[in-house]
Write a protein that binds this ligand. Structure first.
Ligand SMILES: NC(=O)c1ccc[n+]([C@@H]2O[C@H](COP(=O)([O-])OP(=O)(O)OC[C@H]3O[C@@H](n4cnc5c(N)ncnc54)[C@H](O)[C@@H]3O)[C@@H](O)[C@H]2O)c1
Length: 477
């Protein structure tokens, strides 16, 4: 009979302790959402937001609940989008069609830049030169020359915060998993596999389908290379950033296959991409984004579309950031079979068959999934009998895959609060400029690898775009 592969109650307490120890090293970003206390107006960071489209309005929805900042201005070239932004934030902001007028406002301390990728750099540049703190959505920059130019420009504005919208960096679960990787709880991590799959055949999303007009107008920016980096920029960038973070460096080289197979509506970005990147110690990141199927084979198939698997010699973590409540981040941990001692045999003696090993592999991992605990399921030692039993029951159901353990706070709220804190204190953002530039470099080089059908080395970036940067030196602030 196969050994029982389930997690026992005793196992639980033991293994949860390891993760609790890893999580204890994290800054106190996580906590149950409390009642907002309104601060004095002069404590608030006064901000403007440029680009009140899909993401801009989504951020405004979250910003509305954060009292450390106050929206005083909005800008969009599209009247309807601008109105939507005003109706979302409800703080009676000044409105502009030209972002330079917003930047000229003296009482704007900080700006959110949520415009299409191809205009991230010019607007970020003008904002830094106007003395503003900047939160610019991913990908931070679009072209190779902008990587060098932004680094040089930021050096001239050291006191201004520059943060990018890689919200996974602000997730308690991702931070816990990073600690697990660094502390060796997963053993040696050799592979990270990630996917973001969508079914645009059955459910065409407006953002990814050609809109009426059918030309390269700005409403269709995501599907044209002149304005967008395609799936590589819009989807993979979040997950290649996780890979860089977990492995602690950028890849050495990347290769890939990008094709337009099904969405033949005039777009020139790929509708599916298959990517492999190799890191300096030989670790691999393997990635796919496709348009014809959205099934996610993680978490017992209870989620769709996107996630990452971080695979070490001692264990594996499945993790995803989700979208928004009620599909917040989740993470499960599976342990590998325990290490076997090498069997020493005397000369002429037959090696003994290893019986347990054969049965261990039948269940997949050596144990069932162990959820990464949030504070509401951790034992304090102070809870009463009933509370304690409820926590045991919740953990047990999570381990069986019956209940999903979700992060209590949306990392988007944490990234926005973190931005205002950085503006006020000068604290380095978790998703800072170098994180954003490394992420942009991955996108640029991955697209180049697919376009040119070759292995592209990351050190090629040292020379790419340098001539153009030298030709347009940054203005002094
Ligand atoms: N972090 C994330 O998870 C996440 C999610 C979605 C989008 N994004 C990023 O946010 C950015 C915006 O994406 P979106 O989905 O909101 O696109 P969108 O097309 O819905 O919105 C972009 C808005 O910018 C406006 N705009 C364009 N040029 C402008 C200019 N010069 N001045 C002022 N407004 C201008 C457009 O009119 C539009 O309203 C992209 O870089 C995207 O990658 C990030």
């Amino acid at each position: 009979m196969a050994e029982d592969q389930n997690v026992s109650r005793r196992d639980f307490v033991k293994t949860a302790g390891a993760v609790t120890a890893a999580a204890a090293a994290l800054p106190a970003l996580q906590g149950a959402p409390g009642i907002q206390t309104v601060k004095a107006a002069n404590d608030q960071v006064q901000y403007g937001l440029i680009g009140t489209g899909g993401r801009g309005t989504y951020l405004l929805k979250h910003l509305k609940g954060i009292d450390s900042g106050r929206c005083v201005a909005l800008c969009d070239i599209n009247e309807e989008h601008l109105k939507h932004g005003v109706d979302t934030i409800l703080t009676n902001p000044k409105t502009f069609k030209d972002y330079r007028e917003l930047l000229a406002m003296k009482d704007v301390d900080a700006v959110f830049i949520t415009v299409p990728l191809f205009v991230h750099f010019p607007i970020t540049k003008d904002a830094l030169e106007s003395g503003k703190h900047v939160f610019c959505e991913k990908c931070l920059v679009f072209k190779p020359e902008e990587v060098h130019a932004l680094r040089a420009l930021k050096a001239q504005h050291p006191k201004q915060t520059l943060q990018t919208g890689l919200q996974r960096r602000y997730s308690y679960f991702y931070q816990t998993v990073k600690q697990m990787v660094d502390k060796g709880i997963l053993g040696d991590v050799h592979h990270i596999r990630a996917q973001w799959h969508r079914n645009l055949i059955n459910e065409p999303s407006t953002a990814w389908s050609m809109k009426p007009g059918g030309d390269k107008n700005i409403d269709n920016w995501r599907i044209f290379r002149s304005m967008s980096g395609g799936y590589t920029a819009e989807l993979m960038s979040h997950q290649s950033d996780i890979s860089d973070w977990m492995f602690g460096s950028q890849p050495e080289f990347v290769m890939g296959l990008g094709t337009i197979d099904t969405l033949k509506d005039g777009r020139d970005v790929y509708d599916n991409i298959n990517v492999i990147a190799q890191y300096p110690k030989g670790q691999k990141f393997t990635y796919t984004s496709i348009s014809t199927n959205q099934f996610l084979p993680f978490f017992n198939g209870q989620r769709a579309q996107m996630g990452e698997i971080i695979m070490g010699t001692e264990g594996t973590v499945e993790i995803t950031v989700g979208f928004d409540a009620p599909v917040l981040p989740i993470a499960w941990w599976y342990r590998e079979p325990p290490k076997k001692a090498a069997e020493v045999t005397k000369a002429g003696e037959k090696p003994k068959p290893f019986v347990a090993g054969a049965t261990m592999v039948t269940g997949g991992g050596a144990n069932g999934p162990i959820p990464i605990m949030t504070s509401d399921t951790q034992f304090t030692g102070k809870e009463g009998f009933l509370d304690r039993e409820v926590k045991f029951a919740r953990r047990w159901l999570m381990a069986k895959g019956i209940m999903l353990q979700e992060e209590q706070k949306n990392p988007v709220d944490s990234e926005l609060e973190g931005f205002f804190e950085s503006c006020r204190t000068g604290k380095r953002p978790l998703a800072d400029m170098e994180t954003g530039l490394a992420d942009s470099v991955s996108v640029i080089l991955t697209n180049m690898a697919m376009d040119q059908g070759r292995k592209v080395y990351f050190n090629e970036m040292d020379k790419l775009g340098v001539a153009q940067t030298a030709a347009t030196p940054a203005k002094k602030g």
